[in-house]
Design a binder for this molecule. Sequence first.
Ligand code: F0G
Length: 461
Amino acid sequence: MEKVWKTIIEPFRVKTVEPLCFTTQAEREKVLQKAAYNVFAIPADKVLIDLLTDSGTGAMSAQQWGAIMRGDESYAGATSFFVFEKAVRDLTGYHYILPVHQGRAAERILMSVACGPGKTVISNSHFDTTRANVEASGGAALDLPVPEGLDFDVPAPFKGNMDVAALERSIRKIGVKNIPMVIMTLTNNSLAGQPVSMANLREVSRICRQHRIPLIIDAARFAENAFFIKLREPKHAGRSVREIAQEMFSLASGCMMSAKKDALVNIGGFLALNDAEWVARCRELLILTEGFPTYGGLAGRDLEAIAQGLVEVLDEHYLTYRLRSVAYLGDGLRKAGVPIVEPPGGHGVYVNAKKFLPHIPPSSYPGQALVCELYRTAGIRSVEIGSLMFGRRCNGAFVPAPMELVRLAIPRRVYTQSHIDYVIEAFADIAQRAQKLRGLRLVEGPQRLAHFTAKLAPETA
Ligand code: F0G
Protein backbone atom coordinates (compact mmCIF):
# COMPACT_ATOMS: atom_id res chain seq x y z
CA MET A 1 0.00 0.00 0.00
CA GLU A 2 1.22 3.47 -0.88
CA LYS A 3 1.73 5.64 2.22
CA VAL A 4 -0.80 8.48 2.55
CA TRP A 5 0.99 11.66 3.65
CA LYS A 6 -0.61 14.24 5.92
CA THR A 7 1.04 17.27 4.34
CA ILE A 8 -0.81 18.80 1.41
CA ILE A 9 1.61 18.87 -1.49
CA GLU A 10 0.81 21.37 -4.22
CA PRO A 11 1.20 19.09 -7.27
CA PHE A 12 3.24 21.65 -9.21
CA ARG A 13 6.35 23.76 -8.84
CA VAL A 14 6.54 27.46 -9.64
CA LYS A 15 7.90 28.65 -13.00
CA THR A 16 6.74 32.27 -13.10
CA VAL A 17 5.96 34.45 -10.10
CA GLU A 18 3.80 37.50 -9.60
CA PRO A 19 4.61 39.72 -6.61
CA LEU A 20 1.98 40.28 -3.94
CA CYS A 21 1.13 43.83 -2.95
CA PHE A 22 1.59 44.71 0.70
CA THR A 23 -0.18 47.68 2.31
CA THR A 24 -0.34 49.01 5.85
CA GLN A 25 -3.50 48.94 7.94
CA ALA A 26 -3.67 52.76 7.73
CA GLU A 27 -3.54 52.60 3.92
CA ARG A 28 -6.21 49.94 3.83
CA GLU A 29 -8.47 52.05 6.05
CA LYS A 30 -8.19 54.86 3.48
CA VAL A 31 -8.76 52.46 0.57
CA LEU A 32 -11.92 51.16 2.25
CA GLN A 33 -13.25 54.68 2.80
CA LYS A 34 -12.56 55.62 -0.81
CA ALA A 35 -14.24 52.41 -2.02
CA ALA A 36 -17.30 53.24 0.13
CA TYR A 37 -16.90 49.92 1.96
CA ASN A 38 -17.53 47.99 -1.24
CA VAL A 39 -14.65 45.63 -2.08
CA PHE A 40 -15.60 45.55 -5.78
CA ALA A 41 -14.31 49.14 -5.87
CA ILE A 42 -10.87 48.27 -4.46
CA PRO A 43 -8.02 48.29 -7.01
CA ALA A 44 -6.48 44.80 -7.16
CA ASP A 45 -3.00 46.12 -6.35
CA LYS A 46 -4.28 47.08 -2.90
CA VAL A 47 -5.28 43.46 -2.20
CA LEU A 48 -2.83 40.96 -0.69
CA ILE A 49 -4.81 37.70 -0.99
CA ASP A 50 -7.73 37.85 -3.41
CA LEU A 51 -10.51 35.40 -2.61
CA LEU A 52 -13.23 37.39 -4.37
CA THR A 53 -13.78 34.62 -6.90
CA ASP A 54 -12.35 31.42 -8.35
CA SER A 55 -13.55 32.50 -11.80
CA GLY A 56 -10.90 33.33 -14.37
CA THR A 57 -8.35 33.83 -11.59
CA GLY A 58 -6.50 30.50 -11.88
CA ALA A 59 -2.92 29.91 -13.01
CA MET A 60 -2.29 28.20 -16.34
CA SER A 61 0.29 25.45 -16.73
CA ALA A 62 3.42 25.48 -18.88
CA GLN A 63 1.55 23.12 -21.24
CA GLN A 64 -1.30 25.61 -21.55
CA TRP A 65 1.10 28.49 -22.27
CA GLY A 66 2.76 26.24 -24.84
CA ALA A 67 -0.64 25.51 -26.42
CA ILE A 68 -1.29 29.26 -26.57
CA MET A 69 1.62 29.59 -28.99
CA ARG A 70 -0.02 26.99 -31.24
CA GLY A 71 -3.23 29.06 -31.43
CA ASP A 72 -4.49 29.32 -35.00
CA GLU A 73 -6.14 32.71 -35.42
CA SER A 74 -7.86 31.98 -38.75
CA TYR A 75 -11.32 33.49 -38.83
CA ALA A 76 -13.01 30.34 -40.07
CA GLY A 77 -12.08 26.69 -39.60
CA ALA A 78 -9.06 27.33 -37.36
CA THR A 79 -7.22 24.16 -36.36
CA SER A 80 -7.51 25.33 -32.72
CA PHE A 81 -11.29 25.01 -33.01
CA PHE A 82 -11.02 21.35 -33.96
CA VAL A 83 -8.63 20.67 -31.07
CA PHE A 84 -11.12 22.36 -28.73
CA GLU A 85 -14.15 20.63 -30.26
CA LYS A 86 -12.52 17.21 -29.89
CA ALA A 87 -11.57 17.85 -26.24
CA VAL A 88 -15.11 18.95 -25.33
CA ARG A 89 -16.76 16.16 -27.35
CA ASP A 90 -14.50 13.43 -25.90
CA LEU A 91 -15.32 14.62 -22.40
CA THR A 92 -19.04 15.37 -22.68
CA GLY A 93 -20.16 13.07 -25.49
CA TYR A 94 -22.34 15.87 -26.93
CA HIS A 95 -22.33 16.35 -30.67
CA TYR A 96 -22.56 20.11 -31.29
CA ILE A 97 -19.97 22.31 -29.59
CA LEU A 98 -20.34 26.11 -29.66
CA PRO A 99 -17.57 28.24 -28.10
CA VAL A 100 -18.61 31.44 -26.27
CA HIS A 101 -16.65 34.15 -24.46
CA GLN A 102 -17.84 33.08 -20.97
CA GLY A 103 -20.56 31.12 -19.20
CA ARG A 104 -23.25 33.78 -19.17
CA ALA A 105 -23.07 34.11 -22.98
CA ALA A 106 -24.02 30.41 -23.23
CA GLU A 107 -26.87 31.08 -20.78
CA ARG A 108 -28.12 34.09 -22.72
CA ILE A 109 -28.07 32.24 -26.04
CA LEU A 110 -29.77 29.10 -24.72
CA MET A 111 -32.42 31.03 -22.77
CA SER A 112 -33.19 33.27 -25.77
CA VAL A 113 -33.80 30.13 -27.84
CA ALA A 114 -35.55 27.85 -25.35
CA CYS A 115 -37.03 29.98 -22.57
CA GLY A 116 -39.42 32.97 -22.64
CA PRO A 117 -42.62 34.37 -21.11
CA GLY A 118 -44.74 31.76 -19.35
CA LYS A 119 -41.85 29.28 -19.10
CA THR A 120 -40.22 28.04 -15.89
CA VAL A 121 -36.70 26.65 -15.66
CA ILE A 122 -36.14 24.35 -12.67
CA SER A 123 -32.72 23.86 -11.04
CA ASN A 124 -31.06 22.52 -7.91
CA SER A 125 -30.05 26.24 -7.65
CA HIS A 126 -29.57 28.70 -10.47
CA PHE A 127 -26.36 30.72 -10.33
CA ASP A 128 -27.18 34.50 -10.33
CA THR A 129 -26.40 35.05 -14.03
CA THR A 130 -28.35 31.92 -15.01
CA ARG A 131 -31.37 33.18 -13.08
CA ALA A 132 -30.92 36.67 -14.58
CA ASN A 133 -30.83 35.23 -18.12
CA VAL A 134 -33.93 33.09 -17.51
CA GLU A 135 -35.72 36.17 -16.19
CA ALA A 136 -34.41 38.44 -18.96
CA SER A 137 -36.05 36.07 -21.50
CA GLY A 138 -39.35 36.60 -19.68
CA GLY A 139 -39.28 33.24 -17.88
CA ALA A 140 -39.20 32.24 -14.21
CA ALA A 141 -36.40 30.41 -12.38
CA LEU A 142 -37.36 27.89 -9.69
CA ASP A 143 -34.77 26.47 -7.25
CA LEU A 144 -35.48 23.08 -5.69
CA PRO A 145 -32.51 22.25 -3.42
CA VAL A 146 -32.75 19.41 -0.89
CA PRO A 147 -33.70 20.67 2.60
CA GLU A 148 -30.32 19.70 4.10
CA GLY A 149 -28.68 22.08 1.63
CA LEU A 150 -30.19 24.94 3.60
CA ASP A 151 -29.02 23.65 7.00
CA PHE A 152 -25.55 25.17 7.22
CA ASP A 153 -24.45 23.48 10.46
CA VAL A 154 -25.02 19.82 9.65
CA PRO A 155 -22.52 18.23 7.27
CA ALA A 156 -23.84 15.83 4.61
CA PRO A 157 -22.01 14.44 1.58
CA PHE A 158 -24.23 15.79 -1.21
CA LYS A 159 -25.95 18.96 -0.06
CA GLY A 160 -26.02 20.25 -3.64
CA ASN A 161 -28.68 17.69 -4.66
CA MET A 162 -32.09 18.50 -6.08
CA ASP A 163 -35.25 17.62 -4.15
CA VAL A 164 -36.66 15.02 -6.57
CA ALA A 165 -40.06 14.76 -4.87
CA ALA A 166 -40.42 18.54 -5.22
CA LEU A 167 -39.33 18.24 -8.88
CA GLU A 168 -42.13 15.74 -9.60
CA ARG A 169 -44.66 17.92 -7.76
CA SER A 170 -43.52 21.03 -9.68
CA ILE A 171 -43.71 19.28 -13.07
CA ARG A 172 -47.32 18.25 -12.29
CA LYS A 173 -48.19 21.78 -11.14
CA ILE A 174 -46.42 23.81 -13.85
CA GLY A 175 -47.01 21.41 -16.74
CA VAL A 176 -44.40 19.81 -19.01
CA LYS A 177 -45.05 22.21 -21.90
CA ASN A 178 -44.13 25.18 -19.69
CA ILE A 179 -40.77 23.72 -18.60
CA PRO A 180 -38.20 24.15 -21.37
CA MET A 181 -35.41 22.54 -19.36
CA VAL A 182 -34.11 21.44 -15.97
CA ILE A 183 -30.62 22.67 -15.03
CA MET A 184 -28.33 20.84 -12.62
CA THR A 185 -25.55 23.15 -11.38
CA LEU A 186 -22.42 21.10 -10.58
CA THR A 187 -21.24 21.96 -7.99
CA ASN A 188 -24.01 24.07 -6.51
CA ASN A 189 -22.29 27.47 -6.26
CA SER A 190 -25.29 29.32 -4.79
CA LEU A 191 -25.40 26.73 -2.00
CA ALA A 192 -21.79 26.91 -0.86
CA GLY A 193 -20.20 24.83 -3.63
CA GLN A 194 -21.79 21.60 -2.42
CA PRO A 195 -21.71 18.61 -4.81
CA VAL A 196 -24.51 16.61 -6.43
CA SER A 197 -24.39 12.80 -6.21
CA MET A 198 -24.51 10.53 -9.24
CA ALA A 199 -27.59 8.87 -7.72
CA ASN A 200 -29.40 12.24 -7.54
CA LEU A 201 -28.34 13.22 -11.05
CA ARG A 202 -29.51 9.83 -12.34
CA GLU A 203 -32.89 10.21 -10.64
CA VAL A 204 -33.38 13.75 -12.00
CA SER A 205 -32.35 12.43 -15.43
CA ARG A 206 -34.91 9.60 -15.20
CA ILE A 207 -37.71 12.02 -14.32
CA CYS A 208 -36.71 14.41 -17.12
CA ARG A 209 -36.60 11.58 -19.70
CA GLN A 210 -39.97 10.28 -18.52
CA HIS A 211 -41.49 13.73 -19.21
CA ARG A 212 -39.25 14.49 -22.23
CA ILE A 213 -37.85 17.61 -20.57
CA PRO A 214 -34.23 18.35 -21.61
CA LEU A 215 -31.74 18.16 -18.74
CA ILE A 216 -28.87 20.63 -19.05
CA ILE A 217 -25.76 20.59 -16.85
CA ASP A 218 -24.16 23.83 -15.68
CA ALA A 219 -20.67 22.35 -15.81
CA ALA A 220 -18.63 25.27 -14.39
CA ARG A 221 -17.16 23.02 -11.65
CA PHE A 222 -17.82 19.56 -13.12
CA ALA A 223 -14.40 18.14 -12.18
CA GLU A 224 -14.69 19.11 -8.51
CA ASN A 225 -18.17 17.53 -8.50
CA ALA A 226 -16.90 14.34 -10.16
CA PHE A 227 -14.09 14.00 -7.61
CA PHE A 228 -16.53 14.45 -4.71
CA ILE A 229 -18.55 11.57 -6.23
CA LYS A 230 -15.40 9.42 -6.31
CA LEU A 231 -14.61 10.25 -2.67
CA ARG A 232 -18.11 10.13 -1.20
CA GLU A 233 -20.24 7.72 -3.24
CA PRO A 234 -18.75 4.29 -2.50
CA LYS A 235 -19.97 2.71 -5.75
CA HIS A 236 -17.73 5.04 -7.73
CA ALA A 237 -14.58 4.83 -5.56
CA GLY A 238 -12.65 2.59 -7.96
CA ARG A 239 -13.37 4.53 -11.15
CA SER A 240 -11.30 7.23 -12.81
CA VAL A 241 -12.62 10.72 -12.31
CA ARG A 242 -12.79 11.13 -16.09
CA GLU A 243 -15.13 8.12 -16.37
CA ILE A 244 -17.29 9.58 -13.60
CA ALA A 245 -17.45 12.95 -15.38
CA GLN A 246 -18.36 11.23 -18.66
CA GLU A 247 -21.17 9.36 -16.93
CA MET A 248 -22.45 12.65 -15.43
CA PHE A 249 -22.63 14.22 -18.89
CA SER A 250 -24.26 11.08 -20.36
CA LEU A 251 -27.23 11.60 -18.05
CA ALA A 252 -28.08 14.99 -19.59
CA SER A 253 -28.93 16.32 -23.05
CA GLY A 254 -26.35 19.08 -23.04
CA CYS A 255 -24.30 21.48 -20.96
CA MET A 256 -23.30 25.10 -20.55
CA MET A 257 -19.85 25.79 -19.21
CA SER A 258 -17.97 28.75 -17.86
CA ALA A 259 -14.42 27.61 -18.75
CA LYS A 260 -13.12 30.20 -16.25
CA LYS A 261 -13.50 27.61 -13.49
CA ASP A 262 -12.80 23.95 -14.24
CA ALA A 263 -11.21 24.47 -17.67
CA LEU A 264 -8.38 26.27 -15.83
CA VAL A 265 -8.35 29.34 -18.09
CA ASN A 266 -8.86 33.06 -17.62
CA ILE A 267 -11.64 33.49 -20.17
CA GLY A 268 -13.96 31.29 -22.22
CA GLY A 269 -16.92 28.98 -22.19
CA PHE A 270 -19.07 26.75 -24.36
CA LEU A 271 -22.47 25.35 -25.07
CA ALA A 272 -22.58 21.64 -25.95
CA LEU A 273 -25.84 20.10 -27.17
CA ASN A 274 -27.32 17.17 -29.06
CA ASP A 275 -30.54 18.83 -30.23
CA ALA A 276 -30.01 19.93 -33.85
CA GLU A 277 -32.98 22.28 -33.82
CA TRP A 278 -31.82 24.16 -30.72
CA VAL A 279 -28.29 24.26 -32.11
CA ALA A 280 -29.37 25.82 -35.42
CA ARG A 281 -31.08 28.66 -33.55
CA CYS A 282 -28.25 29.03 -31.02
CA ARG A 283 -25.73 29.23 -33.85
CA GLU A 284 -27.63 32.13 -35.41
CA LEU A 285 -27.46 34.06 -32.13
CA LEU A 286 -23.83 33.08 -31.69
CA ILE A 287 -22.93 34.66 -35.03
CA LEU A 288 -25.00 37.72 -34.19
CA THR A 289 -23.30 38.54 -30.90
CA GLU A 290 -20.29 36.30 -30.18
CA GLY A 291 -18.66 35.50 -33.50
CA PHE A 292 -18.30 32.87 -36.20
CA PRO A 293 -19.05 29.38 -34.80
CA THR A 294 -15.41 28.23 -34.98
CA TYR A 295 -14.25 30.90 -32.52
CA GLY A 296 -17.38 32.24 -30.75
CA GLY A 297 -15.93 35.33 -29.09
CA LEU A 298 -12.56 33.73 -28.29
CA ALA A 299 -9.12 33.78 -29.84
CA GLY A 300 -7.75 30.54 -31.29
CA ARG A 301 -5.20 30.52 -28.48
CA ASP A 302 -7.98 30.56 -25.87
CA LEU A 303 -9.54 27.47 -27.47
CA GLU A 304 -6.18 25.65 -27.24
CA ALA A 305 -5.79 26.58 -23.56
CA ILE A 306 -9.32 25.32 -22.77
CA ALA A 307 -8.68 22.00 -24.54
CA GLN A 308 -5.53 21.47 -22.47
CA GLY A 309 -7.20 22.69 -19.24
CA LEU A 310 -10.04 20.18 -19.60
CA VAL A 311 -7.45 17.39 -19.53
CA GLU A 312 -5.38 18.78 -16.64
CA VAL A 313 -8.36 19.44 -14.38
CA LEU A 314 -9.13 15.70 -14.25
CA ASP A 315 -5.67 14.85 -12.90
CA GLU A 316 -6.38 13.23 -9.55
CA HIS A 317 -3.27 14.68 -7.91
CA TYR A 318 -4.59 18.12 -8.82
CA LEU A 319 -8.10 17.35 -7.57
CA THR A 320 -6.79 15.81 -4.33
CA TYR A 321 -4.79 18.98 -3.64
CA ARG A 322 -7.73 21.17 -4.68
CA LEU A 323 -10.32 19.65 -2.37
CA ARG A 324 -7.88 19.08 0.50
CA SER A 325 -6.61 22.65 0.46
CA VAL A 326 -10.18 24.00 0.63
CA ALA A 327 -10.98 21.56 3.45
CA TYR A 328 -7.77 22.68 5.23
CA LEU A 329 -9.02 26.27 5.25
CA GLY A 330 -12.34 24.99 6.64
CA ASP A 331 -10.55 23.06 9.42
CA GLY A 332 -8.49 26.11 10.35
CA LEU A 333 -11.50 28.40 10.55
CA ARG A 334 -13.49 25.88 12.59
CA LYS A 335 -10.57 25.61 15.06
CA ALA A 336 -10.43 29.41 15.29
CA GLY A 337 -14.10 29.39 16.33
CA VAL A 338 -15.44 30.73 13.04
CA PRO A 339 -18.76 29.13 12.00
CA ILE A 340 -18.71 27.91 8.40
CA VAL A 341 -21.16 26.19 6.10
CA GLU A 342 -20.48 22.50 6.74
CA PRO A 343 -18.79 20.79 5.05
CA PRO A 344 -16.52 23.10 2.99
CA GLY A 345 -17.43 23.12 -0.72
CA GLY A 346 -15.30 22.39 -3.75
CA HIS A 347 -14.12 25.90 -4.63
CA GLY A 348 -14.22 27.68 -1.33
CA VAL A 349 -15.32 28.04 2.25
CA TYR A 350 -18.43 30.00 3.12
CA VAL A 351 -18.39 31.70 6.56
CA ASN A 352 -21.73 32.01 8.37
CA ALA A 353 -21.64 35.71 9.31
CA LYS A 354 -25.11 35.58 10.89
CA LYS A 355 -23.75 33.15 13.49
CA PHE A 356 -20.31 34.77 13.79
CA LEU A 357 -21.68 38.29 14.34
CA PRO A 358 -25.10 37.68 15.97
CA HIS A 359 -25.13 41.23 17.39
CA ILE A 360 -25.28 42.76 13.87
CA PRO A 361 -28.82 42.49 12.41
CA PRO A 362 -29.26 41.63 8.69
CA SER A 363 -30.30 45.25 8.04
CA SER A 364 -26.76 46.30 9.07
CA TYR A 365 -25.13 43.77 6.68
CA PRO A 366 -23.11 41.46 8.99
CA GLY A 367 -21.54 39.69 5.98
CA GLN A 368 -20.31 42.94 4.47
CA ALA A 369 -19.06 44.08 7.89
CA LEU A 370 -16.93 40.92 8.03
CA VAL A 371 -15.75 41.35 4.42
CA CYS A 372 -14.56 44.88 5.30
CA GLU A 373 -12.89 43.79 8.54
CA LEU A 374 -11.04 41.01 6.73
CA TYR A 375 -9.68 43.54 4.27
CA ARG A 376 -8.88 46.12 6.95
CA THR A 377 -7.07 43.57 9.15
CA ALA A 378 -5.15 41.59 6.57
CA GLY A 379 -5.68 42.84 3.01
CA ILE A 380 -7.80 39.79 2.17
CA ARG A 381 -10.65 40.30 -0.31
CA SER A 382 -13.75 38.11 -0.04
CA VAL A 383 -17.38 38.55 -1.09
CA GLU A 384 -20.64 38.90 0.79
CA ILE A 385 -23.47 36.54 -0.15
CA GLY A 386 -26.23 37.92 2.00
CA SER A 387 -28.55 40.88 2.33
CA LEU A 388 -26.33 43.26 0.34
CA MET A 389 -26.41 40.82 -2.61
CA PHE A 390 -29.89 39.35 -2.26
CA GLY A 391 -31.79 41.58 0.18
CA ARG A 392 -34.56 43.70 -1.25
CA ARG A 393 -35.21 47.34 -0.52
CA CYS A 394 -38.79 48.15 -1.60
CA ASN A 395 -40.40 51.49 -0.71
CA GLY A 396 -38.20 51.98 2.29
CA ALA A 397 -38.91 48.46 3.64
CA PHE A 398 -35.97 46.08 4.01
CA VAL A 399 -36.41 42.38 3.16
CA PRO A 400 -33.32 40.43 4.29
CA ALA A 401 -31.76 37.52 2.37
CA PRO A 402 -32.29 34.03 3.84
CA MET A 403 -28.56 33.82 4.66
CA GLU A 404 -25.66 36.10 5.64
CA LEU A 405 -22.53 34.42 4.26
CA VAL A 406 -19.01 35.46 3.30
CA ARG A 407 -17.47 33.41 0.49
CA LEU A 408 -13.75 32.72 0.49
CA ALA A 409 -13.31 31.42 -3.07
CA ILE A 410 -9.94 29.84 -3.77
CA PRO A 411 -8.38 30.55 -7.19
CA ARG A 412 -7.00 27.38 -8.81
CA ARG A 413 -3.23 26.66 -8.50
CA VAL A 414 -2.51 30.23 -7.30
CA TYR A 415 -2.02 30.26 -3.53
CA THR A 416 0.02 27.90 -1.37
CA GLN A 417 -0.60 26.48 2.07
CA SER A 418 1.21 29.40 3.74
CA HIS A 419 -1.18 31.87 2.10
CA ILE A 420 -4.06 29.85 3.50
CA ASP A 421 -2.38 29.76 6.94
CA TYR A 422 -2.25 33.55 6.80
CA VAL A 423 -6.00 33.71 6.06
CA ILE A 424 -6.67 31.43 9.04
CA GLU A 425 -4.47 33.61 11.29
CA ALA A 426 -6.38 36.73 10.17
CA PHE A 427 -9.69 35.07 11.06
CA ALA A 428 -8.37 33.94 14.44
CA ASP A 429 -7.42 37.56 15.15
CA ILE A 430 -10.87 38.85 14.14
CA ALA A 431 -12.61 36.09 16.14
CA GLN A 432 -11.00 37.49 19.34
CA ARG A 433 -12.84 40.77 18.90
CA ALA A 434 -15.85 39.71 16.84
CA GLN A 435 -18.35 41.19 19.29
CA LYS A 436 -16.79 44.64 18.82
CA LEU A 437 -17.37 44.71 15.04
CA ARG A 438 -19.99 47.17 13.91
CA GLY A 439 -22.46 47.01 11.03
CA LEU A 440 -22.77 49.15 7.91
CA ARG A 441 -25.55 51.22 6.46
CA LEU A 442 -26.40 51.52 2.79
CA VAL A 443 -25.82 55.04 1.55
CA GLU A 444 -26.52 54.49 -2.13
CA GLY A 445 -27.43 51.46 -4.24
CA PRO A 446 -29.66 50.38 -7.12
CA GLN A 447 -32.64 48.08 -6.54
CA ARG A 448 -31.02 45.02 -8.14
CA LEU A 449 -27.48 43.63 -8.15
CA ALA A 450 -26.70 46.36 -5.62
CA HIS A 451 -23.59 44.60 -4.34
CA PHE A 452 -21.48 45.55 -7.38
CA THR A 453 -21.95 49.32 -7.07
CA ALA A 454 -23.46 50.00 -3.61
CA LYS A 455 -21.92 52.64 -1.36
CA LEU A 456 -21.90 51.98 2.37
CA ALA A 457 -20.73 53.67 5.56
CA PRO A 458 -19.93 52.32 9.04
CA GLU A 459 -22.73 52.63 11.56
CA THR A 460 -21.92 54.92 14.41
CA ALA A 461 -22.41 53.51 17.92
N1 F0G B 1 -22.61 29.12 -13.59
C1 F0G B 1 -22.00 29.05 -12.39
C2 F0G B 1 -22.27 27.90 -11.48
C3 F0G B 1 -21.11 30.07 -11.99
O1 F0G B 1 -20.52 30.00 -10.80
C4 F0G B 1 -20.85 31.14 -12.88
C5 F0G B 1 -19.94 32.22 -12.51
C6 F0G B 1 -21.52 31.16 -14.12
C7 F0G B 1 -22.38 30.12 -14.44
C8 F0G B 1 -21.32 32.28 -15.12
O2 F0G B 1 -20.10 32.15 -15.74
O3 F0G B 1 -18.82 34.19 -15.07
O4 F0G B 1 -18.14 32.79 -17.03
O5 F0G B 1 -20.16 34.21 -17.16
N2 F0G B 1 -19.50 32.41 -11.35
C9 F0G B 1 -18.54 33.40 -10.91
C10 F0G B 1 -18.41 33.36 -9.40
C11 F0G B 1 -18.77 34.78 -11.41
O6 F0G B 1 -17.71 34.23 -8.83
O7 F0G B 1 -18.93 32.43 -8.77
P1 F0G B 1 -19.26 33.41 -16.28
